[in-house]
Ligand binder design. Structure first.
Ligand code: SAH
Length: 492
């Protein structure tokens, strides 16, 4: 049992530390706040419970004492808990308070620092917090308190006289009164001021102004929480140092419907193209118990998905078998992801399809000649029967083994899916079952989907979508995440 109080960074998932990533990959349960990105949650496996306890702009979803006891209960059950907080856990994140509580309860804990939004936010807007000749100090304050409160904690008169950089958190709704208080205490009204909203995320916005105009300009630019305010001469440097390039998908929001554990790769690719990914898995995998037959009784194994590889090997390992059990067996894989997955288990596939679908498998010269052999086909229940039939037509004996099935995730529902759809411009489907689950969740009324641009990972998914009345604007030529990115680049 142990609790890791982890800083998950300010928004851009690539700002997570390697240490945090390691712990998230190995923990038993994740307890997370608002502003923790789905890519980071996706690092924990599907089987890891993820509990949302978010708080935002003062509205607590779960009160602090409840969070404390929840984390305590989980730890006392012997679990390793990854307690994820935005930014750094101990910069206005109550990380210190949670640690104190754990200490008092005698629960072992460790604090893992994170990149705080107080520093990363300004940097992503081209503002270095210290700079020779501009500022030699940095003060980070919370605007949680009304600056005109009589017995407040902050010394506004001291801050007004300081020439260093002032960074204010939780100040979006208070900027006008903060500015007037600082000016009232003697601060230069023309000192530059920046407000950076949703810093380091693909939807980051910022506005640069002066202290005296900050309230008015923030309102005009509709700057809202979460937002970082920077006051100081260093803000001037943004004009020269802000370098964000315009990327092909800048300004687009894209819905990723893959199983959660496969979403992070796609979300990462989308972010690198400037899009804002929204992850709403429409599929969850459920392992199916199956009888494991010694692989050597087969001549050929065909793996048609990385999931099938992972689950087949998980079962083999549980029986004490490893890659050696495949000695002499020809191994065929459907595409590069499946090949990679096999490689992880020490298997170099003999052949890979050039066209990453069942038809492509049968087009491999070795497969075209295959006759009278025993073939094993571990795959998902409900997959197309085409491959099995094509092999049987050639006189092969085919054992189709259902190693998993795909179901609608237990936490997906109509209202949640509709909310996700309302946020996005583009929806990506990566399997026929994803498309079917979408229609099911919407009770067959796909009009909301029709207003969005739809993308399919390949023709099989495309046909399943068309059968449901959805018309994908894009169909990838390479049936992988990267293939989808290549066609989305052409987005109008
Ligand atoms: N521990 C966090 C801060 C928690 S307080 C950290 O180190 O970043 C919450 C406040 O942080 C928000 O009100 C906002 O002022 C700021 N904040 C957090 N993430 C932000 C982001 N991505 N962009 C702008 N402000 C952010």
């Amino acid at each position: 049992m142990k609790v890791y109080l982890i800083g998950a960074g300010p928004g851009d998932p690539r700002l997570l530390t390697l240490k945090a990533a390691d712990i998230i990959k190995q923990c038993d349960v994740v307890v997370y706040d608002d502003l923790v990105s789905p890519e980071i949650l996706g690092l924990a496996g599907d089987e890891v419970q993820k509990i949302y306890v978010g708080k935002r702009a003062g509205r607590d979803y779960m009160k602090q004492p409840r969070i404390n006891t929840l984390v305590m209960d989980l730890a006392q059950k012997g679990q390793v808990v990854a307690r994820l907080k935005g930014g750094d856990p101990c910069v206005f994140g109550r990380g210190g308070e949670e640690a104190m509580f754990l200490k008092e309860c005698g629960i072992p804990f460790e604090i893992v620092p994170g990149v705080t939004s107080a520093i990363a936010g300004p940097v992503y807007a081209g503002i270095p917090l210290t700079y020779r000749g501009y500022s030699s100090s940095l003060r980070i304050i919370t605007a949680h308190e009304d600056p005109y409160k009589a017995d407040g904690f902050l010394d506004w008169s001291l801050m007004a006289k300081d020439s260093g950089t002032l960074v204010i958190l939780m100040g979006a709704s208070r900027i006008a009164s903060i500015a007037s208080r600082l000016i009232g205490e003697g601060m230069d009204p023309l000192i530059p001021c920046a407000l950076v909203q949703e810093a380091t995320t693909p939807v980051q916005r910022y506005c640069i102004t002066t202290l005296q105009d900050a309230g008015k300009d923030a309102e005009r630019a509709k700057i809202a929480s979460p937002c970082i305010i920077v006051i100081g001469r260093v803000v001037e440097l943004s004009r020269t140092l802000y370098t964000k390039e315009r990327l092909p998908l800048s300004g687009k929001t894209v819905l990723v419907t893959r199983p959660l554990h496969l979403s992070s790769n796609m979300a990462r690719l989308l972010t690198s193209m400037g899009a804002c990914p929204v992850v709403y898995p429409l599929i969850e995998l459920r392992e199916l118990g199956f009888d494991l037959v010694d692989p050597v009784v087969y001549d050929v194994f065909i793996f048609t998905s990385q999931n099938a590889v992972d689950m087949y090997f998980a079962r083999m390992y549980s029986e004490g078998l490893d890659a050696r059990a495949f000695k002499g067996v020809k191994i065929i894989c459907i595409g590069p992801k499946t090949r990679q997955a096999l490689k992880r288990y020490g298997i170099m596939a003999d052949f890979m399809a050039e066209d990453y679908r069942a038809e492509g498998v049968m087009a491999i010269p070795y497969m075209r000649k295959l006759k009278g052999k025993r073939v094993c086909l571990p795959r998902a229940r409900g997959a197309r029967p085409w491959l099995k039939e094509a092999l049987e037509d050639k006189g092969n004996l085919v054992d189709e083994i259902f190693v998993y099935e795909t179901i609608i995730p237990h936490d997906a529902d109509k209202a949640g899916f509709e909310r996700a759809l309302d946020q996005v411009d583009i929806v990506i489907f990566t399997s026929p079952s994803g498309a079917r689950n979408a229609a099911k969740l919407l009770d067959g009324d796909i009009s909301r989907l029709k207003d969005r641009s739809l993308a399919a990972i390949g023709p099989v998914t495309q046909h399943a979508m068309e059968a449901l009345g959805m018309h994908p604007e894009w169909v990838a030529a390479q049936y992988t995440d990267e293939g989808i990115m290549a066609i989305l680049k052409e987005a109008p």
